[in-house]
Design a protein around this ligand. Structure first.
Ligand SMILES: [Zn+2]
Ligand SMILES: [Zn+2]
Length: 369
């Protein structure tokens, strides 16, 4: 009697323990996670803990647990029940229905490839991405969107209405290949292999197509991303968003690469590596007598341009430390200010008189020396 009681206790404990495993925690996502986040988490974790790859103790249990969590959370109806009524609610809903085989699930998810190492990689996309020079000077976070293909949320890329609608092709026995044996001479046969026409070489036949994607397996999706522009990032620097390319059941998504450049702004700042160039226009009076001017830098701070005496047209003043930040370092390049002198289009008779006087007197003085 007491023994029976004890085993009952253990059973109860076990049930409580099993129920306590939070599916969200298993996948490492928050409760508001999107379908894409959940899929991504499953993709990452299931590969990490797949017993083919991970021989650590408990990896298989973890793999099964991950598969189960994904099975529930990737299905909007079951997820809703789980959110509202927990594990118990799910049990009541499903009435003891068996869980999907975690290995089949994995195989379906990765398009029939059991070994993650053998999965082909999809195309990588490279996009030229222009940002303002000011963003490169200060650093910035820039949001952008990418239109891409994702695996259908409903069928997880199988194209079938449910897992039970995927049948092994009876024509080729699931191999996707048919061996044709031809007698070319009495007693002599030639064998050739062809792709199975019944299943298109896939080895599987789908009885009922997924209603969500119509069997296409993939859907159009607009995904939001943030590009972190680092201070002083080199022109043409490539920022890689790993595995964010088009999804497809036949491959592992490729990368999205952004090649970042600063926009060429007319008449404004120019950059070459960590040097900045600025063209400053001054009047003839400033060119002759000297001046002090305020230049507003890319981040809004003021640089004082100061010259005493004569400034020749085309003169370049070097201002140390006012160039671009040096990427991943805490120093700055230099600023090169080139001066252009503008002459007035006409001068008044009065000014003409004064200038003649000034230049002539000055000239005579020179002659006398
Ligand atoms: Zn076939
Ligand atoms: Zn679908």
């Amino acid at each position: 009697m007491s023994q029976y009681f004890l085993s009952l206790c253990i059973l109860v404990l076990c049930i409580t323990y099993c129920a306590a495993a939070d599916y969200y925690k298993v996948l490492g996502v928050h409760r508001e996670a999107s379908d894409a986040d959940i899929r991504k988490a499953y993709k990452k974790l299931s590969k990490k803990y797949h017993p083919d790859k991970n021989s650590e103790e408990g990896a298989k249990e973890k793999f099964v647990e991950i598969a189960h969590a994904y099975e529930i959370l990737s299905d909007s109806t079951r997820r809703q029940i789980y959110d509202r009524h927990g594990e118990e609610g799910l049990k009541a809903h499903e009435g003891g229905q068996q869980h999907a085989n975690p290995f089949d699930m994995f195989a379906n998810f990765f398009g029939g490839h059991h070994h993650a190492d053998q999965v082909r990689k999809g195309p990588t996309s490279l996009t030229e991405f222009e940002v303002s020079l000011a963003d490169m000077y200060t650093g910035a976070s820039i949001d952008f969107v990418i239109k891409k293909k994702i695996l259908c949320d409903h069928c997880r890329g199988s194209g079938a209405a449910s897992d039970s609608d995927i049948h092994t092709c009876s024509s080729c026995g699931g191999s996707g290949i048919k061996v044709v044996r031809q007698q070319i001479w009495p007693g002599m046969f030639a064998q050739s292999q062809t792709s199975c026409s019944e299943c298109g070489g896939r080895g599987r036949i789908i009885a009922r197509k997924c209603p969500h994607c119509g069997g296409a397996k993939i859907l159009d999706h607009t995904q939001h991303y943030t590009l972190e522009v680092e201070r002083g990032m080199p022109e043409g620097h490539e920022v890689v968003f790993e595995g964010e390319g088009d999804e497809n059941p036949d491959w592992e998504p490729g990368d999205v690469i952004l090649r970042v450049r600063s926009k060429r702004e007319q008449g404004g700042w120019r950059r070459k590596e960590s040097s900045l160039y600025w063209k400053q226009v001054i009047g003839i009076d400033e060119a002759l007598l000297g001046f002090e001017r305020n230049l507003t830098h890319l981040d809004g701070h003021i640089v004082t341009l100061k010259r005493q005496g004569v400034t020749q047209p085309g003169f370049v003043q070097i201002i140390k430390g006012e160039g671009m930040p040096v990427w991943q370092e805490s120093k700055f390049g230099d600023l090169f200010v080139e001066y252009t002198v503008v002459l007035p289009t006409e001068i008044s008779p009065e000014l003409r008189h004064k200038l003649t006087d000034a230049f002539h007197r000055h000239g005579r003085g020179k002659d006398e020396l």
